[in-house]
Design a protein around this ligand. Structure first.
Ligand SMILES: [Zn+2]
Length: 271
């Protein structure tokens, strides 16, 4: 049974890490100007391209932005908001959370919330952990901060409710993330860049099966990675494929969480 009357939910999301993708876990990289410039490519070159594409397809999207990146690129944040998109929480400096003690975790949580509130006028509704893992205090902080949704776990394809809370989980997974296929450089050049064609085939196949099952489609990208030319053509092809399906509902994560919560709550037997 469909989760919402709006149709099959498609969430197009971006983790706008910029330089923090490197410096969050390796502070010594702050001294490597060329590596950092690959992060800057996101806000500087990729974001205008991405916002234009989203506008063309009339797709509202969610951007998970570290607090430091919110503060560094105010014009980009304004452009995201003007496009009708959502800004969500993605830590402050993009650290590896399992390495932090609870005081540092709290600092990461609170500083980024404050930066987002200052830039957007409202608290972020959702949280996605940097690097795809929690620290010891993360879950408690998510509950305490009053997030409406979390987009972190790998155990489902469609939204579910965290038991005993009103927090909706919007799960994702690495196979629908651009980084494992295309991330390159930084401090290592061991990886091989994948051409976009096979990745497009894989993403379309994921969409097709999820659409048949009437679950949900969650795509995770990084402007500095997906925003390179051939990959943008690939994203355009994917969006055109998705848009051809009549039950598709392109939605921001915050709107999806609100839309599915009542149905999910009525399914919970042991709150
Ligand atoms: Zn990230």
């Amino acid at each position: 049974m469909p989760l919402t009357e709006h149709g099959f939910p498609v969430t197009i999301t971006f983790d706008v890490d910029a330089e923090t993708l490197w410096t969050g876990t390796r502070p010594q990289m702050a001294d490597l100007p060329v590596a950092l410039s690959a992060g800057r490519y996101g806000p500087r070159t990729a974001m205008p391209r991405i916002l234009t594409l989203l506008e063309r397809f009339a797709i509202p999207a969610t951007f998970f932005v570290p607090g430091l990146t919110v503060e560094r690129y105010p014009a980009m944040i304004e452009a995201i908001l003007e496009g009708g998109h959502e800004i969500a929480h993605h830590s402050h400096t993009h650290p590896w959370l399992p390495d932090l003690d609870s005081a540092r975790e709290r600092e990461e949580m609170e500083k980024a919330s404050a930066a987002i509130r200052k830039a957007t006028g409202r608290a972020p509704a959702g949280y996605r952990a940097p690097g795809g893992e929690f620290g010891g205090a993360t879950w408690e902080l998510i509950r305490e901060q009053g997030f409406a949704y979390s987009s972190n776990f790998f155990d489902a394809d469609s939204p579910y409710l965290h038991e005993g809370t009103g927090i909706v989980e919007l799960p994702w997974y690495w196979s629908l993330d651009d980084a494992p296929y295309f991330m390159f450089g930084g401090t290592t050049f061991r990886r091989t860049l994948q051409p976009p064609g096979p990745v497009l085939d894989a993403w379309k196949a994921d969409f097709d099966l999820l659409y048949e099952e009437d679950s949900a489609f969650m795509l995770v990208m990084h402007p500095q990675i997906i925003g390179r030319p051939a990959r943008m053509k690939m994203l355009e092809s994917l969006l055109a494929h998705i848009a051809r399906h009549d039950r598709v509902w392109f939605t921001r994560c915050d709107a999806l969480a609100e839309a599915v919560r009542p149905a999910l709550q009525s399914r919970v037997e042991y709150p």
